[in-house]
Write a protein that binds this ligand. Sequence first.
Ligand SMILES: [Zn+2]
Length: 183
Amino acid sequence: MNKAVFLDRDNTIARDVPYCSRPEDFELLPTVPEAIKLLNEKDFKVIVITNQSGIARGYFTEETLSQIHKKMKDELAPYGATIDGIYYCPHHPDDKCDCRKPKTALFRKAAAEHNIDFGSSYMIGDMPLDIDAGKALGCKTVLVTTGSNISPPDTRADYTANSLLEAARWIADFKHAFGYMKT
Ligand SMILES: [Zn+2]
């Protein structure tokens, strides 16, 4: 089975533009290409899981969202950084769907399609709902504080990083995983 790093999009990979509705407004955060390349090199599947209720709200279409995600992949490619899958929830919170984070349907779909073992996988995000989803699946969790307005940060996460690159280095380092072998 594969190990994966699940990534939130807004405020984790990309500058948070509320309801980003135009490809030209989409902007990767600093160090993100290096971080994703490092995870690629360590044989993690890199999977983006994102809530995009702007679709249900009528702010943008799924076609526009796919253009935004094409831009994201195109900007990573020159760095040799690859995203293996992108899964989004298009619903409104009031829809009570089972795919909007912290619900886990999108993660389970990704796991089925990419043969992912949650127990050897990680969730990185900037919001409590990202940490909740990761924990519900048995993944390790990393909170990134990049551009986050949340204070104090969510201390339930296994690790807190100030950038995606710092998070990726912590995951790649693996020293924390040796805790399992000490007993
Ligand atoms: Zn949904």
